[in-house]
Ligand binder design. Structure first.
Ligand code: XLS
Ligand code: MG
Length: 344
């Protein structure tokens, strides 16, 4: 049975092009305008940070929060879209300067947990069961400032609070080795899966693998995905690309290393990723140089590349591949794949 893939992205992937060295270069688009673009671009799912759905949520009581989230749900319904996940944004508030769940100040840790529980309430209103945790500031610039064992325990305590808050939610940890912190506590898929096993209900804790984050850790994203699939932990993916080990570039999928992208598509397709409703999520920035009227091409192009690579993968002569594997002629297998990618 071949999977029909469904695609998603988040509203932050359509952006004004500001970077740490310069101001916005494109006009803003309202959330409502962005929502109208999903379907025409070929996307069915919307990824949310909690405040993408409910701006300034810290200022709202729970009734106002639920009301606002329900309005967003109606907007989604109106466009024929669904929410894929909600992720608490734990890296902008002054109380998360030293991290959220692993901050040294107990009041800050409490804030991080309470904010996460509110993100779950928003997910509930948007009718998604998936929470993504990108652990942005859970790590150190200075090793001696925190204790890595204690920090791991704080992360477990926070996740347990979330699992207890709503018995229907599932949590996908999104590992990343660095940026903004120098050294993150949960840098790889293996760390994320192991953390899940320390939690109160491990079956409800999995991963969201972002290609660029795996590359930043010096790892191959498709192998990370295979590892998570073997553990039945691949709850979501954030496909993109990355030119070497530097800042998180979030380039269009396949634009840097087509074969690396091909292998991600192939591992997902061969193991029926998506057949339990998982989305092929993108987390991609438009180049700063892109003008406003063509500032969504990174999304549609990445989807097109995914689908083209899927066609290449499904079109391969598996018997020929098996024979080359049996003969251990990996040089010829290498050429077979390269030729397929070149359309030869
Ligand atoms: C940042 C992350 C972020 C998450 C969602 O590097 O990729 O965008 O995917 O919080
Ligand atoms: Mg991401």
């Amino acid at each position: 049975m071949q999977t029909t893939f469904r695609f998603s992205f988040g509203p932050w992937n359509i952006h004004e092009g500001a970077d740490p060295f310069g101001p916005p270069v494109r006009d803003s688009m309202s959330f409502a305008q962005k929502l109208k673009l999903f379907k025409p671009l070929g996307f069915d799912g919307v990824q949310f940070h909690d405040d993408d759905a409910v701006p300034d949520l810290n200022d709202l009581d729970s009734t106002a929060l639920a009301k606002k989230a329900k309005e967003v749900k109606s907007m989604l319904d109106g466009e024929g879209l669904v929410a894929e996940f909600v992720a608490p944004r734990l890296w902008e508030d002054p109380r998360t300067i030293d991290g959220g769940y692993t901050a040294n100040d107990p009041a800050c840790r409490t804030y991080a947990i309470e904010r996460s529980l509110r993100a779950i309430d928003i997910a509930h209103a948007l009718d998604t069961k998936l929470i993504v945790l990108w652990l942005a500031r859970e790590g150190t610039y200075v090793r001696e400032s925190k204790d890595s064992k204690r920090s791991t325990e704080y992360l477990v305590e926070a996740i347990n609070r979330m699992l207890a808050h709503d018995s229907s939610i599932r949590i996908a940890i999104e590992p990343k080795p660095n940026e903004p912190v120098d050294q993150a506590y949960i840098p790889t898929t293996g760390h994320a899966i192991a953390l899940g096993h320390l939690c109160s209900d491990p079956a409800r804790v999995g991963v969201n693998i972002e290609s660029a984050h795996a590359i930043l850790a010096g790892l191959d994203p498709s192998d990370e995905m295979g590892f998570a699939l073997a553990h039945k932990k691949l709850f979501s993916v954030h496909l993109n690309d990355q030119n070497g080990i530097k800042f998180d570039a979030d380039r269009s999928f396949g634009s840097i290393d087509l074969r690396r992208a091909f292998n991600q598509v192939r591992i997902l397709d061969r193991h029926a990723y998506g057949s339990s409703g998982e989305f092929v999520g993108l987390d991609i920035k438009a180049m700063r140089t892109q003008k406003f009227d063509v500032s969504t091409k990174h999304l549609s192009n990445s989807r097109t590349v995914f689908l083209n690579l899927l066609e290449v993968s499904r079109g391969l002569d598996q018997k020929a591949i098996d024979a080359l594997i049996a003969a251990r002629d990996y040089e010829e297998l290498d050429l077979l794949i390269i030729n397929a990618l070149m359309g030869k």
